[in-house]
Design a binder for this molecule. Sequence first.
Ligand SMILES: [Zn+2]
Length: 301
Amino acid sequence: MRFFILMCAIWFVPDCHAQQIALTFDDAPMPGTSVMTGEERTKRIISALKESNVPDALFFVTAQYLSDTSAKRLTQYADAGFHLANHSFSHTSANKISAEGFLSDARKAHSMIKLFSNQVNYFRFPYLHHGDSKTKRKVILDGLDELGYRVGYVTVDNFDWYVNSLYVTAMGDGKKLNIENLKRLYVDVLWACIQFYDAVAVKALGKSPKHVLLLHENDLAALFLPDLIAKIRQEGWQIISPLEAYNEPLLSQYGREFDFNKQGRVAAIAYMKGVPEELLRHPSENTEYLDRLLKEYAVIQ
Ligand SMILES: [Zn+2]
């Protein structure tokens, strides 16, 4: 056994490393729902991350959600040692407004978020839309450069936001839910997306990169984060800090000329290398698929 470990260390260092992934949460501080207040949600997410010894997490702030009350939640994340970044002020798609309009929205968010401690200059595009033409994408990326920002890309896209909306609506309608089954669905879908985008990455890059998982600061994250983290680790993966993940040379060696951004950077690179678009999206990134899954998992009693 010892010999095996030694050989592994000498000969197969890259393959012996655990696959790695960082956790990021968009749309913080998302308003409360009929199920959970924003304060309660933040408390649960912080304790889940702390109790699971997650080294760091990055919260992408949608600045229009900031008020005196909700700002306290961001302070709590920062005080717990986690980091805050920019997800725009108004959450408008870069495909729907002018480059200058988009940049002034990003600057407005920056002026608000920079007042918090543990703020870092990473920008996550709402809907992962970088702009609907090459020229526009370039103007926007140049503008973000000038502001001293790097792109807060994701490598694992998914529809956690839709599963959350199904949950919140069903609860609001007074439906009786089987929370264990919902938890299984949430963890299974996210794990399937992680495996899917890792396989795309290995094919496109030759090895598994440091991944960035897209999550949202929503009720399901607050409820099921400990189980998701446990699943990722049970499968032999390591959870790393987002700032470490963003220093992944496999993903940063490419220029900024991506024509396909919607499913994240791994998909963008695979597309650039000739993989067709239809192979770069997991089947669960589809609302009808998830509606069916909700029935298959017997979530609503
Ligand atoms: Zn968002």
